[in-house]
Design a protein around this ligand. Sequence first.
Ligand code: MN
Length: 192
Amino acid sequence: MAHSLPDLPFAPDSLAPWMSAETFSFHHGKHHNAYVTNLNKLIEGTEFAASSLEDIVKKSEGGLFNNAAQHFNHSFFWNCLSPSGGAPSGDLASKIDAKFGSFDAFQAEFTKAAATQFGSGWAWLVQKSDGSLAITATANAGCPVRDGDTPLLVVDVWEHAYYIDHRNARPAYLEGFWGHVNWEFVASNMNG
Ligand code: MN
């Protein structure tokens, strides 16, 4: 199956000044688009030509894995973002409190994982197969579905995610992230 670049689920200028339309024109329009183009070239004529994106992420290696996982991770990341922020509610809020003690403690731990990921990568809130929550960070194109975990929330900490709007200040980018999380999407990813 041919993979395609998803539209952003919001207007590209609606997250400014935290994340500008200029950033989206590069990050979504060029970086993400290139991963999709490369993915389609790399699967042509291979055993992965008819596979779902998730199957490719689970089973491929090398350049194919990198492009497939970057397509998955970016599509997931856009869905995690929203012009307005908020806080989790219901079952997700209860699970966060049970695991981390409080929402503030969860935010601090997630922010630390994102801030201290050396070089390019991603910080995630995931749900393990036993239903418990965990914070993890992956390098480069790393993706938790590879380990059988269910991703709930992600933040991109590649420099291309923040350099136009925040230059080298990853902490400022992460501070603004908390005002732009789509908690309804995060909750919808829970596996029970
Ligand atoms: Mn990115």
